[in-house]
Design a protein around this ligand. Structure first.
Ligand code: ATP
Ligand code: MG
Length: 298
């Protein structure tokens, strides 16, 4: 049993105001002849946990990459708190959106604490290179940041591992460390790409509590997950992507009752499935599944 963690918001970025945090309008991403994401609209409001689900290769990670500036969408716009986002990932982070990756991207040979300190570079004037090269400016900023980094490690249950190298952590803890590092930029919106992949049931439940605690301290969450229990337990709203298009969006009840969602997961064609006559889309899920991980690679 885990104690629900608590954490005070560090800046106005989290917990600021009401209304829309993220607004994506008509986001389309084409790779040559393949349309991985097609005309997706999605809104996340303050205080919400929104789920993004769909079969392998549906375009979920690609959509995240479009939101965070890793990909420049072929069409469409993305705004954060009413301001159109830059196409540069570090400026997106600075604006207030942080993310974790489907394929964990930690600095393997840095300690747990150092990884979180690197995550704070957008909130210190020293910047990323100084953080990575550990120059004198960084060392000074580091002392100021360390207290907050330790709070985040307490929050994610990793404080006792502060001096361990990231690469020596078990998989579940590496995922938690990615979350701690993302939170270090003090985001108003956190994007999680399969946060419980590879976790055991206890770790998954702890991650559920962690996401609720993140929301409670004022950060909205958009989460991709294949674990449906996790999604339906946690999310205020769930959007279903199928072959790049949003098929359904609604509460857990609405999504679970929609037979097109089940059909999409089973790979059964349904009249309303948006792709039946789409020449841009692969005929089977196999090609998509094969290269699905590539969405993480800029
Ligand atoms: N950089 C890229 N170049 C070409 N095709 C890409 C690229 N990134 C993703 N794709 C393709 O876009 C489609 C969507 O992939 P994506 O990784 O977004 O799916 P996903 O929904 O995240 O799947 P999974 O649940 O398996 O992670 C796939 O067909 C994938 O091969
Ligand atoms: Mg993915």
């Amino acid at each position: 049993m885990t104690t629900p963690p608590t954490l005070a918001p560090a800046t106005d970025n989290a917990a600021a105001g009401d209304g829309t945090v993220l607004q994506a309008d008509g986001v389309t991403m084409r790779f040559g002849g393949l349309t991985a994401v097609r005309g997706v609209d999605l809104t996340v409001n303050t205080g919400e946990i929104v789920g993004l689900i769909g079969p392998n290769g549906a375009g979920k990670t690609t959509f995240f990459n479009c939101l965070t500036g890793l990909y420049v969408p072929t069409e469409g716009t993305v705004s954060y708190r009413g301001t159109r986002l830059s196409r540069k990932p570090h400026l997106v982070t600075q604006a207030g959106i942080a993310r974790t990756f489907q394929n964990i991207r930690l600095f393997a040979n840095m300690t747990v604490l150092e990884n979180v300190l690197v995550g704070r570079h957008t909130r210190t004037k020293e910047g990323l290179w100084s953080a990575l090269l550990r120059g004198p400016g960084f060392k000074k900023a580091e002392r100021g940041s360390e207290e907050r980094a330790m709070e985040l490690l307490e929050f994610t249950g990793l404080a006792h591992k502060r001096d361990h190298l990231a690469r020596n952590l078990p998989y579940g803890e590496q995922r938690k460390l990615e979350i701690a590092r993302a939170l270090a930029s003090e985001p108003g919106l956190l994007l999680l790409d399969e946060p419980t992949a590879g976790m055991n049931p206890q770790e998954t439940r702890a991650t559920q509590d962690l996401v609720l605690a993140i929301r409670a301290q004022g950060t909205a969450v958009l989460v991709i997950e294949h674990d449906m229990r996790f999604i339906f337990n946690l999310c205020d709203r769930v959007a279903v992507l199928v072959q790049g298009q949003k098929l359904v969006e609604g509460t857990a009840d609405v999504v679970q009752a929609d037979e097109r969602v089940i059909a999409a997961y089973l790979g059964t064609p349904v009249d309303d499935t948006p792709t039946a006559a789409d020449p841009d889309t692969p005929a089977t899920g196999a090609a998509a599944a094969e290269s699905a991980e590539s969405g993480d690679t800029p």
